[in-house]
Design a protein around this ligand. Structure first.
Ligand SMILES: Nc1ncnc2c1ncn2[C@@H]1O[C@H](COP(=O)(O)OP(=O)(O)O)[C@@H](O)[C@H]1O
Ligand SMILES: [Mg+2]
Length: 153
């Protein structure tokens, strides 16, 4: 059974904190939301909590940034500029997935079928003023983590 929760994100810091809490999720994590919704900010919190201290660059032009952190490999993708889902193969995503990496993908709707079945989905709704996030755990391990986080408040 999928598990989900909704939270308001009143400021940037709350997005960073939520990203940090989500860092116990593994596998394929899809990040939905308009430009400026806070997807990259969330990834920054995720990486910080895993001990990354450097600058988190938006992979808008590089499409992919990879991080080796405390025994985990984390890939951050922004595929907004992908013109063809087949281009994903050039990035070696599948090979990375088989090596147990965690993938955080901004604009997954650009290559939905090429990405495979997600473990978790994050939808950030932004109307220009307020931000609200829905976090959904789909795989069994992701669902139990999401349930834990939603109980915690
Ligand atoms: N919850 C929030 N409240 C206010 N501003 C936010 C929040 N989350 C992120 N921001 C700000 O919104 C801007 C865009 O965020 P970014 O993470 O780059 O968006 P995206 O990757 O979705 O395009 C940044 O300046 C960031 O500081
Ligand atoms: Mg971004």
């Amino acid at each position: 059974m999928p598990e989900e929760f909704i939270r308001y994100l009143p400021d940037e810091q709350s997005t960073v904190i939520l990203g940090g809490r989500l860092s116990s999720l593994h596998g394929l994590i899809l990040l939905y939301g308009e430009l400026g919704a806070g997807k990259t900010t969330l990834v920054r919190g995720f990486l910080r909590t895993l001990g990354y201290r450097g600058v988190v660059r938006s992979p808008t032009y590089t499409l992919i940034e990879s991080y080796e952190l405390s025994g985990r490999r984390v890939l951050h993708l922004d595929i907004y500029r992908l013109s063809n889902p087949d281009e994903l193969d050039c990035l070696g995503i599948r090979e990375q997935q088989s090596r147990d990496s965690t993938l955080l993908v901004e604009w997954p709707e650009r290559a939905r079928s090429a990405l495979g079945i997600p473990d978790a989905e994050v939808f950030i709704h932004y109307n220009g003023v307020a931000r609200k996030v829905l976090v959904r755990g789909l795989s069994k391990p992701a669902a139990s983590i999401v349930k834990l986080l939603s109980d915690k408040k």
